[in-house]
Design a protein around this ligand. Sequence first.
Ligand code: PMT
Length: 404
Amino acid sequence: MLQEKRIILGITGSIAAYKSAAIVRGLVKEGAEVQVVMTAAAKEFITPLTFSTLSRKPVISDFFSRRDGSWHNHVDLGLWADAMLIAPATASTIGKMANAVADNMLITTYLSCKAPVFVAPAMDLDMFAHPAMQRNLSFLRSAGNHIIEPTDGELASRLIGKGRMEEPDRILTILAGFFAPPPSPALSLTGKKILITAGPTYEQIDPVRFIGNYSSGKMGFSLAETCATRGAEVTLISGPVSLEAKHPAIRRISVESAEEMYRAATESFPLMDAALLCAAVADYRPEQPSVEKLKREQQKELTLRLIANKDIAATLGALKRPQQVLVGFALEIDDGKVTATDKLHRKNLDFIVLNSLKNKGAGFRCDTNKVTILDRTGAVIPFPLKNKAEVAEDIITHLHHFLC
Ligand code: PMT
């Protein structure tokens, strides 16, 4: 997707500047032509030589070349580019961009640039959360810039914080996705809003233990990527998994328990055109989670009393408006068609995707799945074993018949 694309990479004065080397390397590997523009502060963190070597082009940072006094024309540069990426973008640079403070080559190039601009902020969490920063970012967003915020992954939100720069791999994926050819009109989901649940839920026993299951989130995340690639706006409600959503059209809501997933799903559903409920939601939770860590020295045996969680699929089935499409999954251990058909009708689904652990390579954790779609018209469509990205394509193509 990036073959022969001309990319200006703006680098500003942040410790994350070292990550930009991986971005240049990735862009060049994909066949892009890269012109690096560095601010003076960026050069305090990493030398221009690194970038001129990787990009095979002299780095620009001043209005004039120090070598021969020639003028670097920011207007020509802005017109040359197919895209501009500013990564890392410091609070100071973002402030200058939002206020047209044209006091360096990077900002003048930005202001002259007619191509789409991608901005990957890098700063500490408090700076990122400051209202002035958020105002600048929303202004840049409203002016058509693409802000690449770190994925709301478990790790990002809990350990590292939202202000850190997104990883080079994801930045490259976002750029490549931008240049990907649009989906064929026959498969397009442009303008559709789709809710997807994914992963397991954790039901707390005590502060260090939970009841969970083996769901990795792979099936649900593949569905989310497929929908986003076909042009849909995706809300992905995910239980605790180690995956990251790559496509910028995926808004991720991270939850832990079935109750949190229920709340997020019922709040989001009224605005959606369709929902695909792929999460392995715990059916039960401990009635009374312990606030203290349970100690084996204090009791030889332990009985947990479990109570039923709310059924998200059945609740959305009851709320469903005639134009909305609701898709469930059924994980069974045998042939499962009878049970899946019962779930299809009982939860008022439009179709259900049956996967059974009796088939090797199907269900939890693995990269493949073997599914059968059963729909409310009585159709039963079996598919062979495929990787989960291909399975997601089959499911979303079926969804397309209901939606469009
Ligand atoms: O995440 P992976 O490792 O890739 O694995 C994918 C998967 C095996 C988890 C997935 O393909 C799958 O089958 N998900 C549904 C598993 C499941 O919980 O099935 P179920 O038969 O228990 O539930 C039926 C449907 O009701 C499902 O759509 C489920 O999301 C939904 N449900 C269940 C219980 C509950 N309290 N609320 C719900 O919405």
